[in-house]
Design a protein around this ligand. Structure first.
Ligand SMILES: Nc1nc2c(ncn2[C@@H]2O[C@H](COP(=O)(O)OP(=O)(O)OP(=O)(O)O)[C@@H](O)[C@H]2O)c(=O)[nH]1
Length: 459
């Protein structure tokens, strides 16, 4: 059945996961009180995420983990500590982590044994909070060690200065990104900073709350999970997503966008959907004309004409503006699901690995460096047995990630060259020349690949 076990870590992780479960029950028309067998349709697979209890109820295959006992154990397994992580990666990772190691291994083993053919894990967490960051970093290598061949997919919320200004969030985030690069196979980044701006720009909310941000996150997680919940033609499992949409294994960070934002009772035309996704992609990466999408997928839901969506994507201008990379066109996939989200007639979610991912890492890594140079709050981490070297390593690994993204996202155009040279003078000129050489090299060496857009046309 390709089961997926969920972990909801820390308060933010728990909030997002609970919204996911509520919606999953709703979409598959399942009541926790009734047996599932009579209710499901053969094209739906909610059992990937749910399991049957001895009393014939269906509950999530999930483990809730938090450093204190404030969370309500709404669903089955939970592992709680006695004291708060105080927003400190070090405290969660060095104190709470080891204290739950055995219990966690035992709980996850039991949950894994209840699966026929375990596909992998999905983790809901924030990388800014102490527990969400420190415990995730602690558990990832443990999971990988036991379930080496199973895939780990995370929904990771990144901090925003608009919501919190404590230095520890950038420390926590950088220390966690380190582990996500190494141990997770697929990571979807929900950047609170970007979401905050979107709430302001698109929903007209001047000071958004978490609930407003989550109203943008929930439909995206729901769309992503369709890959495993409904029968599809292309993206049918995490493995397929991995092989089709992630050309460089370390660069497995997707930034998602969707349209329409607000619940819409009208059927939104396909051209309006794609135009707006393109507009937002442009909005968030307009500062760097060099960067383009080199891996991604578009999921449409509800009343959407597949052929119209494909035609819209295929329009020359849209391809260019979505910045789909010319030299690896195969790493883009499209899938359509007939069931929409809540009362929305239709919507599309676009997950792309591109300049946005690297810009987010750059922002966080710059904040990290700013505070680390002054040694702000570092002693609070060292008090739990951490070493300053761990900070230095996290900083340099985050910078490496940003620079790894850079050449992969490039797509040089003559105009960009002059723009860059004008902006940055001689230094810019050298940089552009190097980049250009890289692109030319790629163009000369690579044969024209079997084009994804041709495939779309042929479908
Ligand atoms: N989008 C979103 N972000 C949230 C939400 N709750 C918290 N955050 C963000 O997540 C980070 C804090 O993480 P939490 O999950 O609250 O903290 P925790 O992991 O439980 O860690 P401790 O409180 O230190 O034990 C901050 O960056 C918040 O801005 C939420 O419901 N939605």
């Amino acid at each position: 059945m390709r089961e997926v076990i969920s972990l909801q870590i820390g308060e933010c992780g728990d909030t997002l996961a609970n919204a996911f479960w509520d919606n999953l029950y709703l979409e598959h028309n399942i009541s926790t009180k009734k047996p599932l067998v009579n209710l499901i349709n053969h094209n739906e697979y909610p059992e990937v995420f749910l399991r049957e209890t001895t009393s014939n109820n269906y509950i999530p295959r999930t483990i809730i983990i938090d450093s204190n006992k404030q969370l309500e154990p709404k669903y089955a397994n939970h592992i709680f500590g006695n004291s708060d992580s105080e927003g400190n990666w070090g405290k969660a990772n060095r104190e709470f982590g080891p204290s739950i190691k055995l219990l966690f291994k035992e709980t996850i083993r039991k949950e894994a044994e209840r699966a026929d053919c375990l596909q992998g894990f999905q983790i809901f967490h924030s990388v800014g909070g102490g527990t969400g960051s420190g415990i995730t970093s602690y558990l990832l290598p443990i999971i990988k060690d036991i379930y080496e061949k199973r895939l780990i997919n995370t929904f990771s919320v990144l901090p925003s200065e608009n919501l919190s200004q404590i230095p520890s969030e950038s420390y926590n985030a950088c220390l966690t990104i380190n582990s996500l690069v190494e141990y997770a196979e697929i990571v979807t980044l929900f950047d609170n900073h970007t979401l905050y701006k979107m709430c302001q720009l698109e929903l007209g909310i001047s000071q958004p709350y978490f609930s407003d941000l989550n109203s943008l996150i929930n439909p995206l997680i729901s769309a992503f999970s369709c890959i495993n919940r409904y029968k599809g033609n292309h993206l049918t499992s995490y493995k397929k997503l991995l092989t089709d949409c992630i050309p460089f294994p370390r660069l497995h960070f997707f930034v998602p966008l969707f349209y329409p934002f607000a619940s819409s009772l009208r059927k939104v035309p396909e051209n309006e959907i794609i135009e707006n996704i393109v507009k937002n992609t442009e909005y968030f990466i307009k500062n760097d004309n060099y960067l383009s999408t080199f891996g991604g997928f578009l999921l449409s839901r509800g009343e959407v004409s597949e052929s119209s969506i494909k035609n819209e994507i295929l329009k020359e201008e849209n391809i260019r503006k979505m910045r789909l990379c010319e030299w690896i066109p195969d790493s883009f996939a499209y899938e359509n699901y007939s069931v929409s989200y809540k009362d929305m007639k239709n919507y599309c979610a676009f997950f792309s690995s591109n300049a946005m991912s690297s810009e987010i890492f750059k922002r966080i890594s710059e904040k990290f460096t700013y505070y680390f140079r002054k040694k702000t709050w570092v002693d609070k981490y060292l008090a739990f047995g951490m070493d300053e070297m761990e900070f230095t390593e996290a900083e340099s690994n985050s910078n490496d990630l940003v620079s790894e993204y850079y050449p992969c996202c490039m797509c040089c155009e003559e105009d960009d060259y002059y723009y860059k040279v004008e902006e940055e003078g001689e230094e810019g000129e050298n940089k552009v020349r190097e980049e250009k050489n890289f692109c030319e090299y790629e163009e000369e060496e690579e044969e024209e690949p079997e084009n994804y857009y041709n495939q779309l046309n042929n479908d």
